[in-house]
Each structure stands twice: as structure tokens, then as C-alpha cells.
Design a protein around this ligand. Sequence first.
Ligand code: KIV
Length: 258
Amino acid sequence: MAVGVHQFRQWKREGRPVAVLTAWDYISAQIADQAGADVVLVGDSLAMVALGYETTLPLTLEEMLYHARAVRRGVKRALVVVDLPFLSYQISVEDALRSAGRALQEAGAQAVKLEGGHPALLETVERLVQCGMPVMGHVGLTPQSVNQFGGFRQQGKSPEEAERIFAEAIALEKAGAFSIVLEHIPAALAQRITEAIGIPTIGIGAGAACDGQVLVTTDVLGLSTWQPPFARVYTNLREQAIAAARQFCEDVQQRQFP
Ligand code: KIV
């Protein structure tokens, strides 16, 4: 059965963990979906892992929609969630409605993900949900704010920061989000948030108490040259792919193929 946002609260009540993988094109989407991911996230991390940028900031909405359309074609069962890129939703509620609407209408997304939980954003989340566009929240280390944070650092270490992140998560649930990504925050804070809200928390570098976990698929598969310390690398596809491609090149150069 295809996954829908209506299942998330029930999954939390049942204690059923949510598995989330990222995808950036047709093949990575098929891999994530056929592996059993509940959510295939077209994360804006694709700016870094698929397009070679140093941060997620340069990614445009047009680029995201191009990738999201390819992902959509590769997914049969999972819920497809599309990240709204930097500046495609922060300037005004109207902008956010238009960007999210394009993700649903042009790319077939079933939900969008927005970073942050400050009051202006909460109004945006409320309006999107009112208009029938499901929202996944994202607090803690929100990579679009990397310049504000001074790097991809763990957030929520001081009591003040922890309180702010906790309050943002509570407010996002109230605004209508169906789940919230908790990125790179202390495990104790993630557990406190998880116990306080009725929608699933999806952790990445946030400990084992979250209701689900997300990893960037290039990290899981060992395709990237660098992985964050909290990622688990399940195989080394990069080395295997280079070895296979090298064999082909040598075979051609030594007239062994065809
Ligand atoms: O962009 C992304 O891949 C993400 C996940 C790491 C949660 O936001």
C-alpha cells in the first residue's frame, strides 16, 4: 500500500519506526523505494552530493523541481517529500505557497519540507497545511542557516538553544506539520521532543529515541567522499564502481573488450 501522511500519527502511537532515505534522480529513487523506505526525501542535500556545491544554498527551485520530477518517476510506494530550497519560502507566505504548489503540481510531491520554526515560518506552515499541502518540519542543524551557525555544527547544546529548539518543535506540531526532522542535536533533547509531541520525529545525528531515522543515501551506500560522523556507511559502492569502471577502461585499452 502506498504511504500517506495520514499514517504518521498512527505509526507513532503503534511504535512503528519510520525509515527515510534521500534521492536525487530516477535510479536513487528506485533504490530507496525498492529498499522499503517509507519516505523518499528529495533533500536539498542533493546540491552537495549530486551537484558538487559546498552548501545547499545555491540550489534553485527550478533545479529542485527538475530532480524531484525524476525522483517521482522512480517511486511507487514511499511518500515523496520535496525540500523547499533556500529563499523559495522565506520571503513571504505567498512565495511559499507558490513554491510548494509547484512542487506538488509540477513534480508530483506529496509533501514539502521547510527548515526552521520561528514565528514567521509557523504562519507559513499553517497556510500550507490549510491549502492541503502537507509539511514536514526540520529543526536543530538546519543546513540553509550554515552561515548563521558558523559551520555544520551540532545545535541545542546550551540550555537556551535547547529550549528554543524544543519550543519550535512543539509549535510546528501545532501549526500542522505531520512529522519533524531533528538534525544533529543532543540525544537527550531529541528524546524530550519525541516524548512531548504526537507526530513522529525523524532523527539524523539525534540519537536512538527518535520515532524514525533519515540518512543521505550517498552516505549509506558509501558513494560520497566524506560522511558526517553520525552516518552509518553500509557498503562501499564508490570503490566498487571505480574498480568496475577501471576494469572496463583497461579491457578496452588492452583490446580485451569486446
Ligand atoms: O537535505 C537533506 O537531505 C535533508 C536530510 C538530511 C534530512 O534535509
